[in-house]
Ligand binder design. Structure first.
Ligand code: FPP
Length: 242
């Protein structure tokens, strides 16, 4: 199948992805949950290479939430080692596709060894000028907003800024996503109709697309369908149609 969404009227510059359904995928096959996460990496590879080929500028992946720390310890440990394996084994793929890696989230909470591999992959891909792949790791949107509010409060207390001058751009500039365009499209797999504390500030005007497909089964053909649907939508940003 020859898919190329670059022929569509409009493409999102930034896609945010909630990769849900790994556990259910595994359960449906009588496998342990972790096998679902493992299968999720295959989906990830296809989606990342497709987005790079299709010249999407930013993809943000909800890879591990602040709430995910409460999962059983073996599952958390498996996800951390899967991330390390991903960073090592997929580095060539990232380079071949000119992908630049970065992170958002409270990454200081990650194990030291994972942080080391992350820093090294980020440094190694920093010169790539294609897709920016943002891994949201130990990420929680409310905590991010509170962190930005604390930064503004500190600057205000020190006299560097005036409280009355604080506007949306200043708050956006203290978020972990500072400098990135807001997501245009949020995709969630596995059918749940919720945002789960993901980029609450940044997705104020994003288009939402939810599919019942479980993340390990999600591939570029379905992403293409989401992009077709996005291209046909009329984004008004709260204004009337022009
Ligand atoms: C949600 O499925 C998925 C996660 C919490 C982890 C996402 C991780 C991957 C796709 C693995 C690869 C990622 C990287 C960056 C290497 P779930 O476990 O909540 O599924 P369920 O709702 O069916 O239980």
């Amino acid at each position: 199948m020859d898919l190329d969404p670059r022929r569509l009227a409009r493409l999102p510059a930034h896609i945010a992805l909630i990769m849900d359904g790994n556990g259910r995928w595994a359960r449906a096959r009588g496998l342990p949950r972790v096998r679902g996460h493992q299968a999720g990496v295959e989906a990830l590879r296809d989606i990342v290479t497709a987005c790079a080929e299709w010249e999407i500028s930013y993809v943000t992946l909800f890879s591990f939430s602040t709430e995910n720390w409460a999962r059983p310890r073996p599952e958390v440990e498996f996800l951390m080692s899967l991330l390390q394996r991903y960073l090592r084994h997929e580095l060539d793929m990232l380079h071949n596709n000119k992908v630049r890696l970065r992170t958002i989230g409270f990454t200081e909470q990650l194990p030291t060894a994972v942080r080391k591999d992350l820093d090294s992959a980020i440094r190694s891909t920093a010169g790539n000028a294609g897709l920016t792949l943002v891994l949201a790791l130990s990420y929680g949107s409310r905590a991010e907003i509170a962190q930005a509010a604390r930064a503004l409060a500190r600057e205000s207390a020190s006299g560097a800024i005036k409280p009355d001058d604080i506007d949306e751009a200043m708050l956006a500039g203290r978020m972990q996503t500072a400098g990135m365009p807001d997501p245009d499209l949020v995709i969630r797999t596995s059918g749940e109709m919720r945002i789960s504390n993901f980029l609450l500030w940044q997705i104020a005007y994003a288009e939402l697309w939810v599919t019942p497909t479980l993340w390990p089964d999600f591939r570029r053909a379905e992403l293409f369908t989401a992009l077709e649907d996005y291209a046909a939508r009329n984004r008004r940003f709260g204004k009337v149609e022009s």
